[in-house]
Design a protein around this ligand. Structure first.
Ligand SMILES: [Zn+2]
Length: 283
């Protein structure tokens, strides 16, 4: 079984997690830029974070044979902090980088006017840079937030098949698929969405344009829930090809639209990064 986790925050995970993921069949991940729990107070803090998820984290992943790509954006939560707004001016530099396969996570947290502006501005950046967009839907007031996100995506002019609407559930999946967008699901240990609920959604809506991720962030989460969902699919009557489609070929198809997805041997990435002695030093 080969697994591609299309949305996982490895910056919050340990090397033990990488080890367990590799052993369970996770061979590729995409790490979206998001908030860090503690609010950031200046754009330089983002610069170091972006550099980390396009430099250090791919190197860490490569040590376990895992391919790592990133998405870059000003996240919806911090879009509300005026101290963070200048990050928008830094984005074009990062969106030009090889390992960046989408603009994201963008979208809504509390649906404020500031979030409206930053969301629209970053969809425009996705169009300019010919990149797909990863759109986070709010955990509160999800149905309204999802519909509003779909409306903003339509207004932006970006092709719907280049947009992934993430953190969906039984209530919001139909609207995303009917609008022609990709539907993403984050599987959590106790809350929101479980492997069995995911299998029921796949049965009802089919396997087209559906992505499953573990999110694995600062909250209670589990980086192996992609694997657990694959197992639940097999137990629920789907075959190995169905599992490969949802957990490998679909993410490859979505992020492949960037033209930058590189799934060649991770040892090469390690060799490239090995030149940077500062980041390698210390431990
Ligand atoms: Zn996320």
């Amino acid at each position: 079984m080969r697994i591609f986790d299309p949305h996982i925050h490895m910056t919050s995970r340990t090397t033990d997690d990488y080890q367990r993921m590799a052993e369970a069949g996770v061979q590729a991940v995409v790490e979206p830029a998001f908030w860090l729990g503690q609010p950031r107070t200046n754009p330089g803090s983002f610069t170091d974070y972006f550099d980390s998820i396009i430099g250090w984290e791919p190197f860490r992943a490569s040590q376990f044979g895992i391919k790592h790509h990133a998405t870059i954006a000003l996240n919806p939560k911090e879009a509300n902090d005026p101290r963070c707004r200048p990050v928008l001016d830094l984005l074009p530099r990062y969106l030009a980088k090889d390992g960046v396969v989408a603009v994201g996570e963008i979208g809504y947290d509390s649906m404020t006017p500031a979030e409206d502006e930053v969301f629209a501005a970053q969809l425009a950046l996705a169009l300019d840079h010919e990149l797909p967009a990863l759109v986070h839907t709010p955990h509160r007031d999800k149905a309204r937030g999802t519909q509003r996100s779909i409306d903003v995506v339509k207004e932006s002019g970006i092709a719907p098949e280049r947009v992934l609407l993430d953190h969906l559930n039984e209530v919001t999946v139909a609207a995303a698929l009917e609008a022609g967008l990709w539907a993403g699901f984050s599987i959590y240990p106790d809350t929101k969405m479980s492997p069995d609920r995911m299998v029921a959604i796949l049965r009802e809506y089919g396997l087209d344009r559906v992505l499953v991720n573990s999110a694995a962030d600062w909250g209670k989460s589990d980086p192996l829930l992609t694997v657990r969902t694959a197992e639940a699919m097999l137990a629920g009557g789907f075959d190995k090809d169905d599992v490969d489609r949802v957990l490998w070929r679909n993410p490859v198809e979505f992020y492949g639209q960037s033209g930058r997805l590189d799934l060649s041997d991770p040892a090469e990435a390690e060799a490239t990064f090995a030149g940077n002695s500062i980041l390698r030093g210390g431990s």
